[in-house]
Design a protein around this ligand. Structure first.
Ligand SMILES: Cc1ncc(C[n+]2csc(CCOP(=O)(O)OP(=O)(O)O)c2C)c(N)n1
Length: 940
């Protein structure tokens, strides 16, 4: 609730109130207010202190009833809190929604009554130099219901609300008077418009997703970046969709016009995409309005500025870049120079997210990303959001695409302040982002600007918008552009002459013409330069050096050595202390312990680690316990942050209950922090399909589309254990179907030692062979004796793409059938009681599925001279799992030498049965059919 007495009370002017605070303690008001008061003359305060001197002599306060004063105060309050409902935000002139509380008569008074009251009744900046409350209310309406308006009621913190009211009340972020700033603004609008006009006439009908109608977006971004430069910000990271992207690339990222024009002229790749390329560079490109760019400000000029602007590439899938940008920002802000946990400087990097008005309320990923703003593992100190609100989504109107009045309403649920502004008022638009910047700077929170404009053309330039919005486009057809309107305004104010305006336009077009000539003369094939870490082949890569047994023993001891007085749950302490007994010859190192030792060794090698996922601190299956909780104080202890040999830092966070934004965030983090081993864990592998867009559009294909390398690791619990249709399958088939051009690696480990070495390999490859890694991780195998490791396997071994059957190799001559499989079913086969009798069957495990380990498989099969058939065995139904991927590859590998068959559950639409007895029966059949060569099996 507002403190009306102090803030809008009739006996004290708002400014005086603030000034009083300032007089008693200058640091009690924000720096901008302080700057204003520093330069205030006592005389201006004196007039407020003696209200009678500002009131017309004919309107003494004494003659006015208290109820009139209360009504005037209520009216002022209504305008301040609901003025946005009456604001003139639409450049096309539609009527605002309105609200009865905004009308004077609703409060039982008339303008004449207001004219009898002093302006201090209204208070704030609007009362300044006014003769009565009527003038102040008129000024207040212009302030809150003009071409800019505000929604702050959703902000819970009184400090923030006060700051926001001060910012508006004192008009702290209004453009300073003067010609230069306005001249520059017009010049920018001229460049923005000329660019669109030039493309429109030069490449008619070609898609460019014109910005016209919300042209002021470019100077708004300029303004934010200008502030960031002054504040010494290191990086600004922008995420945006198609609308206006080319304009932003040209003017904010300073991508040369010639390059953009070349891309329009030469649509095809000059050298052609190598269709036979399977292990080559793997770059197939993307359309020009999805491409990202980087620009270092002042680089060419040698200026003393060190600010990098990054525009993240993004797919068509609207808004999915949002969490990616947040993850990039977090990576950019972190200070990872020492062991322990990383530091973070939120002033180092600022994210800007630009949204569409239909996409913002429509795509759930928006809400998912907004929810991250205050979570410790995801916080970035605030994002500036701008909705480029052209009042249409393709052909669809707001009444069909959102249920709320404003496009921005979703943000209110996240306590984000909202500034609405009419895009035809460029000065108000700049004021909006100045205020947004200052708020983020002060409170390190998100803020949103709803930039209300229109769309001059169809959704793209090949569309006819009059088919679906005939009346709207009748208005737009004759509506002058933002440049023209602003030029008129500046001419009326005597700031610029018509000749200057024309000259400005001419110059902008000439520059474009010149660039076109250069583009035509300089027909360069599209570049295919190498990006560090993008290339490299699995086969070429070396292996990481082994970790000595001594080091592993010392990591293990330290990880179990908690600080004096720290007492985790006693049952858990006992469980964990079991890890002290597993480094002897008898082994018993389970999955969780192997992972902890792998992490410790990676940190000791100097590579930082970040692991997130739902309940990942403990581990869904209670197997990790990377974060310990003191039973008395609740204090946390993260042993991997206290390892004396660590040369890098470790962070682990429970993620929100979410997949898309959480995974997108980690993807962005991994791209921007290529030196960190970044892991995302699904609660069960099934749930990763909630984030399918992030997997398809980013993780699997970003390298091919944008040359964007990532070494993100996906840990996906997978395995058939009778838990029903969900909690069984991580949909391995989906990852294998997306595997091509050496885009990533897909593994399914069956032992803790393999997992240990795979993690170390991924960390080692960060700079040598940057590829995402998808791992099917176990559930029941987490503690299975056959999956456990011993110290020697960790210290001396390495990751094996194929694990041969060491028992069967002892009698290789008797083997007639080689059963190939991956993951848990291998352990089911190897631990089956009938296995000892099945002397004619070898069980070999394919632990790396992609890239297909052709050589290793060939070598493994060659060990069995009398084998005449290979059977692919899987728990999944025939149409799922690895069979569809394996079948053609194994067939090619075997040729006519051996028969190829498969054993699986029959093809199904649901991955697993919900009946445990049926599950059991099926599982037994799979084992039986595999181990008994006489059993009837289904064949290909
Ligand atoms: C996830 C997703 N669904 C559908 C589309 C197809 N699509 C492209 S643009 C567009 C309309 C977007 O409207 P808005 O968010 O208002 O942005 P505008 O194009 O008006 O700037 C649609 C539906 C898409 N690109 N992404």
């Amino acid at each position: 609730m507002y403190d009306l007495d102090t803030f809008y009370g009739p006996n004290a002017g708002y400014v005086l109130e603030l000034y009083e605070r300032y007089r008693q303690n200058p640091s009690s008001v924000d720096p901008d207010s302080r700057a204003v008061f520093d330069s205030w003359s006592p005389a201006s305060v004196a007039t407020l202190e003696t209200p009678s001197s500002t009131i017309e002599p004919t309107s003494p306060v004494a003659a006015v009833s208290v109820s009139t004063i209360v009504a005037a105060t209520n009216l002022a309050y209504a305008i301040r809190s609901r003025g946005h409902l009456g604001a003139h935000l639409d450049p096309l002139g539609s009527e605002p929604l309105g609200d009865p509380a905004l009308l004077t008569e609703t409060h039982g008074i008339r303008d004449e009554d207001l004219a009898l009251l002093p302006p201090e009744i209204v208070g704030g900046h609007s009362a300044e130099a006014k003769h009565n409350a009527l003038e102040a209310i008129t000024a207040l309406r212009a302030m809150y219901s003009g071409t800019i308006s505000y929604e702050f009621d959703q902000v819970k913190s009184p400090d923030e609300r006060l700051w926001l009211r001060d910012a508006v009340g004192l008009q702290l972020y209004r453009l300073a008077p003067g010609r230069d700033i306005r001249y520059k603004l017009l010049q920018r609008l001229t460049q923005v418009e000329a660019f669109e006009h030039f493309l429109h006439t030069t490449f008619p009908g070609q898609k460019r997703f014109s910005l016209e109608g919300t042209d002021v977006l470019v100077p708004m971004i300029d303004e934010i970046i200008g502030n960031a430069v002054k504040a010494g910000t290191h990086e600004v990271i922008i995420g945006m969709a198609h609308r206006g992207r080319l304009n932003v690339l040209a003017h904010v990222l300073e991508k040369p016009y010639t390059n953009i024009l070349s891309e329009f002229r030469h649509m095809k790749h000059e050298e052609g995409v190598p269709l036979t390329d399977t292990f080559g560079f793997g770059y197939t490109g993307d359309v020009k309005y999805h491409l990202g760019a980087e620009h270092v400000l002042g680089e060419e000029e040698g200026a003393d500025i060190d600010l990098k602007i990054t525009l993240s590439p993004n797919p068509s899938h609207l808004e999915f870049v949002n969490p990616v940008v947040e993850g990039m920002t977090r990576a950019s802000q972190e200070i990872r120079t020492q062991a322990g946990s990383p530091g973070q400087d939120v002033n180092r990097t600022m994210p800007i997210l630009i949204h569409g008005d239909a996409a913002f309320p429509g795509e759930g990923i928006v809400a998912e990303t907004l929810n991250l703003w205050n979570l410790q593992g995801y916080r970035v100190g605030g994002t500036i959001h701008i909705i480029v609100n052209n009042q249409l989504g393709f052909t669809t109107e707001p009444r069909d695409y959102r249920s709320t009045h404003f496009a921005s309403d979703l943000a209110k649920g996240f306590e984000i302040p909202i500034i609405h502004v009419n895009a035809d008022d460029p000065e108000a638009s700049l004021m909006a982002v100045r205020m947004a910047y200052a708020y983020r700077d002060r409170f390190n929170k998100d803020i949103l600007v709803d930039l209300v404009g229109y769309r001059r053309w169809g959704h793209n330039e090949g569309d006819e918008p009059a088919f679906t919005q005939p009346q709207m486009y009748e208005v737009i057809r004759t509506h002058p552009g933002a440049r023209e309107l602003y030029a008129q305004r500046l001419q009326e104010q005597g700031i610029i002459s018509l000749e200057d305006v024309d000259a400005m336009q001419k110059r902008a077009i000439e520059t474009l013409e010149q660039s076109r000539r250069e583009a035509d003369e300089n027909l360069q094939p599209l570049e295919e330069e190498e990006t560090n870490g993008v290339n490299g082949h699995y086969e070429e890569a070396e292996l990481p050096p082994p970790v000595s047994a001594g080091d592993l023993i010392s990591y293990n001891t330290e990880l179990l050595n908690w600080p004096e007085g720290f007492s985790p749950n006693s049952k858990l302490a006992r469980l964990l202390q079991r890890r002290a007994t597993t480094l002897g010859a008898e082994g018993g190192i389970d999955w969780g312990q192997a992972e902890a030792l792998a992490f410790a060794s990676i940190l000791a090698d100097g590579t930082s680690i970040r692991l997130t996922g739902q309940d990942s601190e403990r581990g869904t299956f209670s197997h990790r316990h990377a974060v310990l909780h003191d039973q008395q104080s609740g204090a946390l202890y993260i042993p991997l942050q206290h390892l004396s040999q660590a040369r890098a830092n470790f962070s682990i966070f429970n993620s929100p209950l979410n997949e898309s934004a959480s995974l997108g965030f980690e993807y962005g983090y991994s791209v921007h922090a290529p030196d960190v081993l970044t892991l995302w864990e699904a609660q069960f592998g099934d749930f990763a399909n909630v984030a399918q867009v992030i997997i398809d559009q980013f993780i699997a294909s970003a390298r091919a589309k944008w040359k964007q390398p990532s070494s993100l690791v996906l840990l996906l619990p997978h395995g058939y254990e009778g838990q029903g249709p969900e909690h069984s399958s991580a949909r391995l088939e989906r990852y294998l179907e997306l595997s091509a051009q050496d885009n990533w690696r897909v593994a399914s480990c069956s032992t803790a030692a393999q997992y240990f070495h795979l993690l170390r390999l991924q960390a080692f490859y960060l700079h040598r062979y940057a590829r995402p890694l998808v791992v099917m991780t176990p559930k029941s195998l987490l503690r299975h004796p056959l999956a456990a490791a011993n110290l020697r396997e960790l210290a001396e071994g390495t990751f094996h793409p194929v694990l041969n059957d060491y028992d069967a190799l002892q009698h290789a001559d008797t083997v007639r059938r080689v059963a190939l499989c991956t993951g848990k079913v291998a352990i089911d086969l190897l631990s089956n009681a009938g296995r000892a009798q099945a002397e004619d069957v070898a069980v070999a495990r394919v632990e790396l599925l992609y890239p297909f380990p052709e050589n290793e498989l060939q070598q493994a099969l060659a060990q069995y001279p009398n084998a005449h058939e290979v059977v692919w065995v899987q728990e999944e139904p025939e149409n799922m799992g690895a069979w569809g991927y394996m079948a053609p590859r194994l067939a090619a590998l075997l040729g006519s030498k051996m028969k190829l068959r498969h054993i699986s559950r029959p093809a199904r639409s649901s991955p697993a049965t919900g009946f445990s007895d049926l599950f059991q029966l099926e599982q037994e059949q799979i084992i039986e059919q595999t181990l008994h060569t006489s059993a009837k099996i289904r064949s290909v």
